[in-house]
Design a protein around this ligand. Structure first.
Ligand code: PBG
Ligand code: ZN
Length: 346
C-alpha cells in the first residue's frame, strides 16, 4: 500500500472535490453574535478594539439583530451596560434594566431570533467582580442568589436561554432550581462550564462593558490555564446540575479542551471566540501581516473541527456575509452546495 497507490492530493484537485470530502462545515446558523445594549436612544457607537461591533441603545440594537438574522444568524448573546453600578449590582436584575428592555424589544421585533442572556454581576458591581465580596474574596453562596435574581429577571423579560458566566460552584443547579420554581422549567441553560482566567478578556471588560476590576483578579473562580482534567470535572458538574449546552472559553488557545469535551460528554458544545482573539487577528490584519477574512474563516472552521457545535464570535456578521457571498475565503470552509455554487458562478 502507500504511494503511488495512495495519492491524497487526488481529492484536493479542485474546490468542489475538496468540498465533497470536507469533514466539517461552517455556516451562519452555527454562529452566535454578542450584542451590547446601552442606555439611551439612537446610540450606535463602535467598540474601538472590536471594529464592526457596537454599543447599541435598544432601538438600534433591534436593527442590528434584524440585520444579523437576515444574514442567517439565528442567535444573539446579549450583554447590558447599566445606567449606574452599585455594590449590590441592582440594575442587573431590575425589570426595567437595559438588558431586560432589550430582550422585550428583540422578542417583539424578531420573535424567531434566539435571545441568550449573559448572567453575571461583573458589569453591574462597582468592584467589577462577578458577585459579592467578603474580605476581597468572591463569596460563593451569597453570590448564587444574585445570579438567581438576574436569571429570573431575564426569563420574565422573555429571554430564550440564560448563560451563567460567573464560574461559581453550583451556579447551574441554583439557576435550574430558581427557574423551575417560577414556571420556567422549559428554559435552557447554556453553561460557561470551562471558563479560564484569561488575558484574552481584556478588550471585553476595558472597552465593551467597562467592567475593569477595581482590585484583585478572577483567579479564585475562573480556571487556571494549565489545567485540562479540571475542565472535564467542571463540565461534568454542570451536566449533572442540569446544563443544556456547555461552553469552553476562550476558544483558540483551548481547542484541546474543546476536543476532549466533545469526545467525553457528547453534549451540545459552544465555544466563545473572545474579544482578545478578535483583537489579535484584527490587529495583525491592520498591520497588513494577515488577511483578515482568511484568518477569520480558518479560525472559525478550526473551532468547528475541534468539536464546537456553536461559536460565539464578534466575527459573526462578517463571516455570515462572506458565506453568503461565496468568496474564495468562504468556499474554503463552506458546505459543498455553497462551494459548488461559488465555482459555477465564476
Ligand atoms: C462575564 C463575561 C466576560 C466575558 C463574557 N462574559 C468577562 C469575564 O468573565 O471576565 C468575556 C468575553 C470576551 O472577552 O469577549 N460577564
Ligand atoms: Zn462576571
Amino acid at each position: 500500500m502507500g504511494f503511488p497507490l495512495q495519492r491524497p492530493r487526488r481529492l484536493r484537485r479542485n474546490a468542489v472535490l475538496r468540498a465533497l470530502v470536507r469533514e466539517t462545515e461552517l455556516s451562519a446558523g452555527r454562529l452566535i453574535l454578542p450584542l451590547f445594549a446601552v442606555p439611551g436612544h439612537g446610540v450606535k457607537r463602535e467598540i474601538e478594539p472590536l471594529p464592526g461591533n457596537y454599543h447599541l441603545s435598544v432601538d438600534r440594537l433591534v436593527e442590528e439583530a434584524r440585520a444579523a438574522q437576515d444574514l442567517g444568524i439565528h442567535a444573539v448573546l446579549l450583554f447590558g451596560l447599566p445606567e449606574a453600578k452599585d455594590e449590590l449590582a441592582s440594575e442587573a436584575y431590575a425589570a426595567g434594566g437595559t438588558v431586560q428592555r432589550a430582550v422585550r424589544a428583540l422578542k417583539r421585533a424578531a420573535p424567531s431570533l434566539v435571545v441568550i442572556t449573559d448572567v453575571c454581576g461583573c458589569e453591574y458591581t462597582t468592584s467589577g467582580h462577578c458577585g459579592f465580596l467578603r474580605d476581597g474574596y468572591l463569596e460563593n453562596d451569597a453570590s448564587l442568589e444574585l445570579l438567581q435574581r438576574i436569571a429570573l429577571s431575564h426569563a420574565e423579560a422573555g429571554s430564550d436561554m440564560v448563560a451563567p458566566a460567573a464560574m461559581l460552584d453550583g451556579q447551574i443547579q441554583a439557576l435550574r432550581h430558581a427557574l423551575d420554581a417560577q414556571g420556567f422549567s422549559h428554559l435552557p441553560i447554556m453553561a460557561y462550564a470551562a471558563k479560564y482566567a484569561s488575558e484574552l478578556y481584556n478588550p471585553f471588560f476595558r472597552a465593551a462593558t467597562n467592567s475593569q476590576l477595581a482590585f484583585g483578579d478572577k483567579r479564585t473562580h475562573q480556571m487556571d490555564c494549565a489545567n485540562g482534567d479540571e475542565a472535564m470535572r467542571e463540565i461534568a458538574l454542570d451536566v449533572e446540575e442540569g446544563a443544556d449546552i456547555v461552553m469552553v472559553k476562550p476558544a483558540l488557545f483551548y481547542l484541546d479542551i474543546v476536543a476532549r469535551a466533545k469526545r467525553e460528554f457528547g453534549m451540545p458544545l459552544a465555544v466563545y471566540n473572545v474579544s482578545g482573539e478578535y483583537t489579535m487577528m484584527d490587529a495583525a490584519a491592520r498591520l497588513g501581516r494577515l488577511d483578515r477574512d482568511a484568518v477569520m474563516m480558518e479560525a472559525l472552521a478550526c473551532m468547528r473541527r475541534a468539536g464546537a457545535d456553536l461559536i460565539i464570535t464578534y466575527f459573526a456578521k462578517r463571516a455570515a456575509e462572506l458565506l453568503r457571498s461565496g468568496t474564495a475565503a468562504a468556499s474554503a470552509v463552506a458546505p459543498p452546495d455553497m462551494a459548488a455554487g461559488a465555482l459555477r458562478s465564476r
